[in-house]
Design a protein around this ligand. Structure first.
Ligand SMILES: *Cc1c(COP(=O)(O)O)cnc(C)c1O
Length: 396
């Protein structure tokens, strides 16, 4: 017999979401997640993945993963601290550190796990964390788990950060204070003001933590936002994911050797959750080899991003102030935004609508993520469909 209380909870909440039009139906993709995908039997230009460099379907990565399975099997067999650290994991971590120009790095099973594990391994209830109000959900959860005092500052507002850092420092209430930010904010594509953040951090002795999920592979010739600003030895903790530009799955923290030594004994997902599989680790290592050999994919990503932005802007769409290939197309009202995205789908473009509460009310947008794998023909097709739907709905 099932619990009545649980049934009541589930039904009430599901119905409530459905009534408010907030229940998310998930569309399974019937093809590899490349630049063109198939959903519901329809071929669509895919502008919704985080597969920035097209590596999720890259032939070299696929081959490396298949070879790894043949030689090492499908599972790592244990958590990292028992005997789930294969030579493959160590090799990947050395490569990440080299790629990031840091002393060391530690890999986790996901970017989400990194933030849950690393923040709470370093911060505790006697500390405070200054957190940008638009930081990712995994940062918010990692901060909560640490039990440190969370002090939100206005998005990229350096006056506000400075003021709050000063207050926290002068209060004498906290043992340690951290400032934590996304490197690239994925809703608008804007970049954190790292040079100012680092200056404030140095003035008030703050620990610096940058979540570069959307900056790695994209900025700094691929090495990320911290490298882009030349701050590799002035940021304490660089977190990144292996699931976006790198195209596979997993996450990492890069920094000094003593930081990584500590995370290896204190970050709970590292200690209590089975490590990344041989195929994943080997594919990630091959991805880093590709990025360190040449900037070709990075360059093509930017070329495609600029091409799409120019096309949409010339049509008269509001594409915001993105500083990266992420291209929001701001429609405004929530219902209109959802209808716009649905019409794009019907015409052959997969670009998800993002509305309140993910972004402020009245700033609903369709977010486009061009990748290195798109061809000019695919982008032209998408732009033509945007023109058709935009005119039909009176948006341009
Ligand atoms: C996607 C994302 C994560 C989580 O990374 P996963 O590897 O997908 O778990 C963390 N932080 C930010 C800013 C992200 O965008």
């Amino acid at each position: 017999m099932s619990s009545k209380a649980l049934d009541q909870f589930l039904n009430e909440n599901l119905n409530d979401l459905k009534e408010r039009g907030l229940y998310n139906e998930i569309d399974p993709v019937e093809s590899p997640n490349g630049p063109v995908i198939k959903i519901g039997g329809k071929e669509l230009v895919n502008l919704s993945s985080n597969n920035y460099l097209g590596l999720a379907t890259n032939e070299r990565l696929k081959e490396a993963a298949v070879e790894a399975v043949k030689e090492w099997g499908v599972g790592a067999g244990a958590v990292r601290t028992i005997n789930g650290t294969l030579a493959l994991h160590t090799r990947l971590e050395e490569k990440i550190a080299k790629f990031k120009s840091t002393e060391a790095a530690i890999a986790f099973q996901s970017g989400f796990n990194c933030n849950m594990g690393a923040i709470s391994a370093v911060m505790n209830k006697h500390d405070a964390i200054l957190s940008d109000e638009l930081n990712h959900a995994s940062i918010i959860d990692g901060c909560r788990l640490s039990k440190a005092k969370i002090i939100r500052f206005n998005h990229s507002d350096m006056e506000d950060l400075r003021q709050k850092a000063k207050e926290a420092k002068e209060s004498g209430q906290y043992n340690k204070i951290m400032v934590i930010t996304d490197g690239v904010f994925s809703m608008d594509g804007d970049v954190a003001k790292l040079p100012e953040i680092v200056e404030i951090a140095e003035e008030f002795d703050l620990i610096t933590y940058v979540d570069d999920a959307h900056g790695s592979g994209v900025l700094g010739k691929g090495a990320g936002t911290v490298k882009h600003f030349g701050l590799s030895d002035r940021v304490d903790m660089q977190m990144g994911t292996l699931s976006k530009a790198i195209g596979v799955v997993g996450g990492y923290v890069a920094g000094k050797q003593n930081l990584v030594d500590w995370l290896k004994v204190a970050a709970r997902p590292f200690l209590f959750s089975t490590s990344l599989t041989p195929a994943d680790v080997t594919a990630c290592t091959e991805a880093l080899n590709i990025l360190m050999e040449s900037t070709e994919l990075h360059d093509r990503l930017w070329e495609n991003g600029n091409y799409l932005k120019k096309g949409l802007k010339e049509l008269g769409f509001d594409i915001g102030d993105s500083e990266t290939p992420i291209t929001p197309c701001i429609i405004g009202e929530e219902k209109t935004t959802q209808k716009f995205s649905k019409r794009l789908y019907e015409e052959g473009v997969y670009a998800k609508s993002i509305v309140f509460p993910t972004v402020p009310r009245g700033t609903g947008r369709v977010r486009n993520m061009p990748t290195a794998a798109h061809t000019k023909e695919m982008l032209d097709r998408a732009i033509a469909i945007y023109e058709k739907v935009g005119k039909e709905m009176g948006i341009i």
